[in-house]
Design a protein. Structure first.
Length: 410
């Protein structure tokens, strides 16, 4: 803190020459004169930094210790302003640039929404605005965890959201909830079929003719609730079947994993290339032309800026890392653990948002010295109801036939 204040007020670097350097420093401490970056050059010379306002006190102490002092450097705002006193317009321009640079580095100058397909980008930005996140907000005021949780509650269409500040731009990465397949307009007649094979555990039918019972085993595509209702009073009619059919379902993944694998490994050699981008056009700022490691890994660091809030530019750094193919040998235990985790992740991508995982089973078979076959199975509880258009039936002719039969019986 002393250094910052001293820069604003100005400070000097001095040399103190004499045979009583330690006494000089003791007297400085006694007089409460701040000093820093003390450097002993030799037995008779010391370098140190002091404030401009303390220079007179230092001269008095130097006389007492019979030391000679010389100013080596002048640093700070007063000296800078004095240097540019005759060039006021240049000074004003520099100050404006500093203010703009400070503002740009401490505030968000833009918000970019990524990953949306169904949800309009404007809707996400408006929702963020209601939570206090907007263009021009101070970076230090951003509470990423709080905003993430509130956005998940505010918008039911969001399955996951990431709040990622990069430079003066805020990136919002959105994963939308999957729309339930087979949802048909309420005014259109439809059946309910099984979206996945399983064993039915609960039926909550609000409209339609149920054709299955609890504990029935069904295959994908089997009819569960018919959209055609036949009654003695009304006859046959088409309806929009509604309801939930909860079932115990199973998901299985099987694959082979190897103890010895050839994988790319970084050698430590790197090549950096930096570009300035404006409206899709790139200009190389640094780095050699031509890639040394075109087949290696590439890390991209992008910083976005908006000059005066009008001109969007970006500084993009590409870091290419050399890799070479090496053989990696894993233990049997490590191979099995990693294989099980990979298969679990594969299955999870197949599950719906509201699917409940009840049990996970795994087993493996050692095929040979290098290959292990692993199987993972999930037991889940979920709504397998899937709406499907009802096959067209000539309701009038059917009803007419029923009426005639009824009349004959009477």
């Amino acid at each position: 803190m002393i250094k910052v204040v001293s820069f604003i007020k100005g400070y000097v670097k001095i040399s103190v020459e004499g045979f009583f350097g330690e006494r000089f420093l003791n007297l400085m401490n006694t007089a409460n004169v701040p000093m820093w970056d003390i450097e002993k050059i030799n037995g008779t010379c010391i370098f140190l930094k002091i404030k401009i306002e303390d220079f007179k006190k230092v001269r008095r102490i130097a006389r007492k210790t019979k030391s000679r002092i010389k100013i080596k450097e002048r640093t700070g705002l007063p000296f800078f302003l004095h240097r540019y006193k005759a060039r006021r317009f240049s000074l004003v321009a520099i100050v404006i640039c500093i203010v703009i640079a400070v503002y740009y580095n401490t505030h968000f100058m833009g918000i970019t929404v990524r990953g949306t397909e169904r949800i309009p980008e404007r809707e996400i930005i408006d929702e963020l605005k209601t939570l206090g996140v907007h263009k021009g907000m101070p970076i230090k005021e951003l509470d990423r965890v709080k905003i993430k949780n509130e956005m998940m509650v505010l918008d039911d269409d969001i399955a996951w959201i990431g709040i990622n500040p990069k430079g003066s731009r805020l990136y919002i990465d959105v994963t939308e909830r999957k729309e339930k397949e087979g949802v048909i307009d309420d005014t259109v007649a439809c059946d309910i079929v099984a979206g996945h094979k399983g064993v039915i555990k609960d039926l909550r039918i609000r409209e339609g003719q149920t054709v299955v019972r609890v504990n029935d085993a069904v295959e994908e595509g089997d009819l569960l609730v018919s959209g055609v209702i036949d009654s003695m009073k009304v006859g046959m009619r088409n309806v929009h079947a509604r309801g939930e059919v909860f079932a115990e379902t199973y998901y299985k993944e099987k694959d082979s994993f190897f103890l010895r694998e050839i994988v790319p490994k970084e050698t430590g050699q790197k090549q950096k290339v930096t570009f300035l981008e404006y409206k899709g056009n790139k200009v190389q700022l640094s780095g050699k032309k031509g890639l040394k490691y075109p087949d290696g890994k590439c890390r991209i660091l992008r910083k976005d800026y908006e000059i005066l809030g009008i001109f969007p530019i970006a500084v993009i750094e590409y870091e290419y890392r050399e890799t070479k193919q090496v053989e990696v040998v894993k233990s049997e235990k490590e191979t099995i653990e990693k294989g099980i985790e990979e298969l679990k992740e594969r299955i999870k991508t197949q599950l719906g948002v509201n699917t409940e995982i009840k049990d996970i089973k795994s087993n493996y078979v050692i095929k040979n010295k290098n290959e292990i076959e692993i199987t993972v199975e999930f037991c889940c509880f979920e709504d397998i109801a899937l709406e499907k258009y009802t096959e067209k039936i000539d309701i009038k002719s059917k009803n007419g036939g029923i009426e005639k039969e009824n009349k004959g019986k009477i």
